[in-house]
Ligand binder design. Structure first.
Ligand SMILES: Cc1cc2nc3c(=O)[nH]c(=O)nc-3n(C[C@H](O)[C@H](O)[C@H](O)COP(=O)(O)O)c2cc1C
Length: 293
Protein backbone atom coordinates (compact mmCIF):
# COMPACT_ATOMS: atom_id res chain seq x y z
CA UNK A 1 0.00 0.00 0.00
CA UNK A 2 1.41 3.42 -0.98
CA UNK A 3 1.71 5.91 1.86
CA UNK A 4 -0.07 9.23 1.44
CA UNK A 5 2.14 12.33 1.14
CA UNK A 6 1.87 14.89 3.97
CA UNK A 7 -1.14 17.17 3.60
CA UNK A 8 1.15 20.24 3.64
CA UNK A 9 2.90 18.84 0.55
CA UNK A 10 -0.42 18.10 -1.16
CA UNK A 11 -1.80 21.58 -0.43
CA UNK A 12 1.37 23.16 -1.77
CA UNK A 13 1.26 21.04 -4.92
CA UNK A 14 -2.43 21.65 -5.74
CA UNK A 15 -3.31 24.21 -8.41
CA UNK A 16 -6.31 24.82 -10.65
CA UNK A 17 -5.58 22.61 -13.63
CA UNK A 18 -7.50 23.62 -16.77
CA UNK A 19 -5.56 21.61 -19.37
CA UNK A 20 -5.59 17.82 -19.17
CA UNK A 21 -4.25 14.91 -21.17
CA UNK A 22 -7.34 13.57 -22.88
CA UNK A 23 -7.32 9.99 -21.58
CA UNK A 24 -9.28 8.15 -18.88
CA UNK A 25 -8.28 8.25 -15.21
CA UNK A 26 -6.44 4.94 -14.58
CA UNK A 27 -8.66 2.25 -12.97
CA UNK A 28 -6.65 2.14 -9.75
CA UNK A 29 -6.95 5.89 -9.13
CA UNK A 30 -10.63 5.90 -10.10
CA UNK A 31 -11.40 3.17 -7.58
CA UNK A 32 -9.37 4.89 -4.84
CA UNK A 33 -11.26 8.10 -5.49
CA UNK A 34 -14.67 6.42 -5.44
CA UNK A 35 -13.87 4.71 -2.14
CA UNK A 36 -12.61 8.00 -0.65
CA UNK A 37 -15.79 9.82 -1.74
CA UNK A 38 -17.99 7.12 -0.21
CA UNK A 39 -16.10 7.27 3.11
CA UNK A 40 -15.80 11.06 3.57
CA UNK A 41 -19.24 12.58 3.58
CA UNK A 42 -19.71 14.94 6.49
CA UNK A 43 -18.40 18.44 7.09
CA UNK A 44 -17.66 20.14 10.43
CA UNK A 45 -21.18 21.60 10.50
CA UNK A 46 -22.69 18.12 10.17
CA UNK A 47 -24.49 18.50 6.89
CA UNK A 48 -23.91 15.75 4.34
CA UNK A 49 -23.61 16.94 0.76
CA UNK A 50 -23.66 14.11 -1.78
CA UNK A 51 -20.76 13.69 -4.19
CA UNK A 52 -20.22 11.50 -7.19
CA UNK A 53 -17.37 10.96 -9.62
CA UNK A 54 -18.54 10.98 -13.24
CA UNK A 55 -15.60 9.71 -15.24
CA UNK A 56 -15.08 8.69 -18.84
CA UNK A 57 -13.90 5.11 -18.95
CA UNK A 58 -12.86 5.31 -22.58
CA UNK A 59 -11.63 8.07 -24.89
CA UNK A 60 -15.10 8.54 -26.38
CA UNK A 61 -16.32 10.55 -23.35
CA UNK A 62 -19.90 9.31 -23.61
CA UNK A 63 -20.30 9.64 -19.83
CA UNK A 64 -19.37 13.33 -20.00
CA UNK A 65 -21.81 14.27 -22.77
CA UNK A 66 -23.41 17.65 -22.17
CA UNK A 67 -21.23 18.51 -19.17
CA UNK A 68 -20.12 21.83 -20.61
CA UNK A 69 -17.52 24.14 -19.09
CA UNK A 70 -17.73 26.99 -21.64
CA UNK A 71 -14.20 26.29 -22.87
CA UNK A 72 -12.61 26.81 -19.46
CA UNK A 73 -11.50 23.19 -19.21
CA UNK A 74 -9.79 21.11 -21.90
CA UNK A 75 -9.55 17.33 -21.91
CA UNK A 76 -10.84 16.55 -18.39
CA UNK A 77 -11.62 12.87 -18.06
CA UNK A 78 -14.19 13.42 -15.38
CA UNK A 79 -15.99 15.66 -12.93
CA UNK A 80 -16.76 15.48 -9.27
CA UNK A 81 -20.32 16.67 -8.96
CA UNK A 82 -22.10 17.26 -5.71
CA UNK A 83 -25.42 18.48 -4.46
CA UNK A 84 -26.63 19.87 -1.18
CA UNK A 85 -30.00 20.73 0.29
CA UNK A 86 -31.24 24.27 -0.40
CA UNK A 87 -31.80 26.71 2.48
CA UNK A 88 -29.96 24.60 5.05
CA UNK A 89 -27.66 26.37 7.50
CA UNK A 90 -23.94 25.88 6.69
CA UNK A 91 -24.74 23.80 3.58
CA UNK A 92 -22.22 25.72 1.45
CA UNK A 93 -19.43 25.75 4.04
CA UNK A 94 -19.73 21.97 4.44
CA UNK A 95 -19.90 21.59 0.66
CA UNK A 96 -16.58 23.45 0.35
CA UNK A 97 -15.02 21.39 3.13
CA UNK A 98 -16.05 17.96 1.82
CA UNK A 99 -15.27 18.74 -1.84
CA UNK A 100 -11.84 20.14 -0.91
CA UNK A 101 -11.04 16.95 0.99
CA UNK A 102 -11.83 15.02 -2.18
CA UNK A 103 -9.72 17.44 -4.24
CA UNK A 104 -6.75 17.08 -1.92
CA UNK A 105 -7.09 13.32 -2.02
CA UNK A 106 -7.14 13.44 -5.84
CA UNK A 107 -4.04 15.68 -5.76
CA UNK A 108 -2.27 13.25 -3.44
CA UNK A 109 -2.72 10.42 -5.96
CA UNK A 110 -1.34 12.55 -8.79
CA UNK A 111 -4.51 13.85 -10.48
CA UNK A 112 -5.23 17.42 -11.53
CA UNK A 113 -8.39 19.25 -10.44
CA UNK A 114 -10.14 22.58 -10.88
CA UNK A 115 -13.03 23.98 -8.86
CA UNK A 116 -15.78 25.38 -11.11
CA UNK A 117 -18.38 27.61 -9.51
CA UNK A 118 -19.33 29.60 -12.59
CA UNK A 119 -17.92 27.87 -15.64
CA UNK A 120 -20.25 24.88 -15.76
CA UNK A 121 -23.65 24.20 -17.22
CA UNK A 122 -25.82 24.04 -14.12
CA UNK A 123 -28.82 22.21 -15.49
CA UNK A 124 -26.97 19.34 -17.20
CA UNK A 125 -24.70 18.81 -14.22
CA UNK A 126 -27.74 18.74 -11.89
CA UNK A 127 -29.51 16.26 -14.15
CA UNK A 128 -26.43 14.07 -14.29
CA UNK A 129 -26.48 13.44 -10.56
CA UNK A 130 -30.27 13.44 -10.32
CA UNK A 131 -30.43 16.39 -7.92
CA UNK A 132 -33.86 16.51 -6.29
CA UNK A 133 -36.20 19.49 -6.22
CA UNK A 134 -34.90 20.70 -2.85
CA UNK A 135 -31.24 20.22 -3.79
CA UNK A 136 -28.78 22.18 -5.95
CA UNK A 137 -25.24 21.94 -7.32
CA UNK A 138 -23.25 24.94 -6.02
CA UNK A 139 -19.99 24.07 -7.78
CA UNK A 140 -18.24 21.09 -9.38
CA UNK A 141 -14.63 20.06 -9.96
CA UNK A 142 -12.97 18.99 -13.19
CA UNK A 143 -10.57 16.11 -12.73
CA UNK A 144 -8.07 14.27 -14.89
CA UNK A 145 -4.49 13.66 -15.93
CA UNK A 146 -2.44 16.87 -15.79
CA UNK A 147 -1.05 17.99 -19.16
CA UNK A 148 2.59 19.00 -19.11
CA UNK A 149 1.90 22.18 -21.09
CA UNK A 150 -0.82 24.74 -20.38
CA UNK A 151 -2.95 26.22 -23.16
CA UNK A 152 -2.72 29.96 -23.80
CA UNK A 153 -6.31 30.35 -22.50
CA UNK A 154 -5.37 28.56 -19.27
CA UNK A 155 -2.38 30.88 -18.79
CA UNK A 156 -4.59 33.91 -19.47
CA UNK A 157 -7.13 32.89 -16.80
CA UNK A 158 -4.37 32.28 -14.26
CA UNK A 159 -2.89 35.66 -15.09
CA UNK A 160 -6.22 37.51 -14.77
CA UNK A 161 -7.03 35.84 -11.42
CA UNK A 162 -3.43 36.41 -10.23
CA UNK A 163 -3.68 32.70 -9.39
CA UNK A 164 -0.23 32.29 -7.89
CA UNK A 165 -0.60 35.37 -5.68
CA UNK A 166 -1.99 35.40 -2.17
CA UNK A 167 -2.77 38.30 0.16
CA UNK A 168 -0.11 39.17 2.67
CA UNK A 169 -0.25 37.34 6.04
CA UNK A 170 -1.06 40.58 7.90
CA UNK A 171 -4.11 41.28 5.71
CA UNK A 172 -5.60 37.90 6.67
CA UNK A 173 -4.60 37.12 10.26
CA UNK A 174 -5.00 39.22 13.40
CA UNK A 175 -4.78 39.06 17.18
CA UNK A 176 -7.73 39.93 19.44
CA UNK A 177 -9.21 42.51 17.07
CA UNK A 178 -8.92 43.43 13.41
CA UNK A 179 -6.34 46.03 14.46
CA UNK A 180 -4.12 43.57 16.35
CA UNK A 181 -0.98 42.29 14.66
CA UNK A 182 -0.39 38.53 14.73
CA UNK A 183 3.25 37.61 14.23
CA UNK A 184 3.80 34.07 12.87
CA UNK A 185 6.89 33.59 15.02
CA UNK A 186 4.83 34.04 18.20
CA UNK A 187 2.32 31.25 17.64
CA UNK A 188 4.51 28.12 17.53
CA UNK A 189 3.32 25.49 15.10
CA UNK A 190 0.02 27.31 14.38
CA UNK A 191 1.77 29.26 11.65
CA UNK A 192 1.66 26.04 9.59
CA UNK A 193 -2.16 25.64 9.39
CA UNK A 194 -2.47 29.39 8.77
CA UNK A 195 0.07 29.16 5.94
CA UNK A 196 -2.00 26.30 4.49
CA UNK A 197 -5.17 28.43 4.60
CA UNK A 198 -3.36 31.07 2.54
CA UNK A 199 -2.74 28.51 -0.20
CA UNK A 200 -6.40 27.56 -0.46
CA UNK A 201 -8.19 28.02 -3.77
CA UNK A 202 -11.00 30.58 -3.74
CA UNK A 203 -13.52 31.85 -6.26
CA UNK A 204 -11.77 34.42 -8.50
CA UNK A 205 -8.88 34.14 -6.01
CA UNK A 206 -10.62 36.68 -3.74
CA UNK A 207 -9.38 34.99 -0.52
CA UNK A 208 -12.26 36.13 1.71
CA UNK A 209 -11.00 34.35 4.85
CA UNK A 210 -10.01 36.42 7.90
CA UNK A 211 -8.90 34.87 11.17
CA UNK A 212 -8.51 36.39 14.63
CA UNK A 213 -6.49 34.58 17.28
CA UNK A 214 -7.28 35.22 20.92
CA UNK A 215 -4.43 36.53 23.03
CA UNK A 216 -2.68 33.84 25.14
CA UNK A 217 -5.08 31.13 23.95
CA UNK A 218 -5.06 28.83 20.97
CA UNK A 219 -8.51 29.93 19.89
CA UNK A 220 -9.05 31.06 16.28
CA UNK A 221 -12.19 32.86 15.10
CA UNK A 222 -12.95 32.55 11.38
CA UNK A 223 -14.67 35.43 9.54
CA UNK A 224 -15.94 35.87 6.00
CA UNK A 225 -14.99 39.21 4.49
CA UNK A 226 -17.15 39.50 1.42
CA UNK A 227 -16.10 41.09 -1.83
CA UNK A 228 -18.54 43.92 -2.49
CA UNK A 229 -21.42 42.90 -4.82
CA UNK A 230 -19.61 39.69 -5.83
CA UNK A 231 -22.40 37.32 -4.83
CA UNK A 232 -25.26 39.63 -5.83
CA UNK A 233 -23.82 40.31 -9.29
CA UNK A 234 -22.89 36.69 -10.04
CA UNK A 235 -26.22 35.41 -8.80
CA UNK A 236 -28.14 37.84 -10.97
CA UNK A 237 -26.04 37.44 -14.10
CA UNK A 238 -24.95 33.80 -13.94
CA UNK A 239 -27.17 32.20 -11.24
CA UNK A 240 -24.06 31.40 -9.26
CA UNK A 241 -24.23 30.15 -5.68
CA UNK A 242 -22.75 32.09 -2.76
CA UNK A 243 -19.24 30.91 -3.57
CA UNK A 244 -17.49 32.90 -0.85
CA UNK A 245 -19.21 30.68 1.71
CA UNK A 246 -17.85 27.67 -0.18
CA UNK A 247 -14.40 29.35 0.03
CA UNK A 248 -14.76 29.45 3.82
CA UNK A 249 -15.39 25.69 3.93
CA UNK A 250 -12.27 25.13 1.85
CA UNK A 251 -10.15 27.27 4.20
CA UNK A 252 -11.56 25.43 7.23
CA UNK A 253 -10.64 22.13 5.54
CA UNK A 254 -7.01 23.22 5.05
CA UNK A 255 -6.76 24.42 8.67
CA UNK A 256 -8.41 21.31 10.09
CA UNK A 257 -6.44 18.76 8.06
CA UNK A 258 -3.13 20.47 8.76
CA UNK A 259 -3.77 20.66 12.53
CA UNK A 260 -4.70 16.98 12.58
CA UNK A 261 -1.59 16.04 10.67
CA UNK A 262 0.79 17.94 12.94
CA UNK A 263 -0.91 16.50 16.00
CA UNK A 264 -2.85 19.51 17.28
CA UNK A 265 -6.31 18.55 18.52
CA UNK A 266 -9.17 21.00 18.43
CA UNK A 267 -12.90 21.46 18.01
CA UNK A 268 -15.16 23.68 15.93
CA UNK A 269 -17.91 25.64 17.66
CA UNK A 270 -20.13 28.55 16.75
CA UNK A 271 -19.75 31.01 19.61
CA UNK A 272 -20.27 34.58 18.51
CA UNK A 273 -17.18 36.17 20.07
CA UNK A 274 -17.36 39.82 21.03
CA UNK A 275 -15.01 41.34 18.52
CA UNK A 276 -15.48 45.09 18.25
CA UNK A 277 -15.09 47.23 15.15
CA UNK A 278 -15.59 44.58 12.49
CA UNK A 279 -14.50 45.85 9.06
CA UNK A 280 -17.14 46.42 6.40
CA UNK A 281 -18.82 43.31 4.93
CA UNK A 282 -17.21 41.06 7.52
CA UNK A 283 -19.17 38.36 9.35
CA UNK A 284 -18.24 35.81 11.98
CA UNK A 285 -18.53 32.15 10.97
CA UNK A 286 -16.95 29.69 13.39
CA UNK A 287 -14.26 29.19 16.04
CA UNK A 288 -11.56 26.54 16.32
CA UNK A 289 -10.24 25.94 19.88
CA UNK A 290 -7.41 23.70 20.90
CA UNK A 291 -8.46 20.82 23.13
CA UNK A 292 -5.85 19.48 25.49
CA UNK A 293 -6.78 16.34 27.36
C1 LIG B 1 -15.54 27.97 -5.10
C2 LIG B 1 -14.61 28.16 -6.29
C3 LIG B 1 -15.14 28.41 -7.57
C4 LIG B 1 -14.28 28.54 -8.67
N1 LIG B 1 -14.83 28.71 -9.91
C5 LIG B 1 -14.03 28.74 -11.02
C6 LIG B 1 -14.61 28.80 -12.31
O1 LIG B 1 -15.83 28.84 -12.48
N2 LIG B 1 -13.77 28.80 -13.38
C7 LIG B 1 -12.42 28.71 -13.24
O2 LIG B 1 -11.71 28.69 -14.25
N3 LIG B 1 -11.83 28.67 -11.99
C8 LIG B 1 -12.61 28.66 -10.89
N4 LIG B 1 -12.04 28.58 -9.62
C9 LIG B 1 -10.59 28.50 -9.45
C10 LIG B 1 -9.98 29.81 -8.92
O3 LIG B 1 -9.94 30.77 -9.95
C11 LIG B 1 -8.58 29.51 -8.36
O4 LIG B 1 -8.71 28.69 -7.23
C12 LIG B 1 -7.81 30.76 -7.95
O5 LIG B 1 -7.57 31.60 -9.07
C13 LIG B 1 -6.44 30.40 -7.32
O6 LIG B 1 -5.65 29.64 -8.19
P1 LIG B 1 -5.14 28.18 -7.79
O7 LIG B 1 -6.36 27.33 -7.51
O8 LIG B 1 -4.36 27.70 -8.98
O9 LIG B 1 -4.30 28.28 -6.54
C14 LIG B 1 -12.86 28.47 -8.51
C15 LIG B 1 -12.35 28.24 -7.22
C16 LIG B 1 -13.20 28.09 -6.13
C17 LIG B 1 -12.63 27.79 -4.78
Amino acid sequence: MDTAPPVTETITRRFSCRTYIDKPIPDKERTLLEVFISENKTGPFNTTPKFQLIAAKTEDHEALKGLGTYGFIKGASGFIIGSTVKNLDYNLEDYGYVMERIILFATSIGLGTCWLGGSFNKSTFSQKILAKQDEFVPAVAAIGNIASKRRFFDKAIRWSAKATKRKHWNKLYFQETFDGILLPETIDSFSVPLDMVRLAPSASNRQPWRIIKEKDQNVFHFFLQRTKNYYERNKKMFKMADLQRVDMGIAICHFDMTCKEIGIEGKWTVEGPEIKNLPELTNYLVTWSETTE
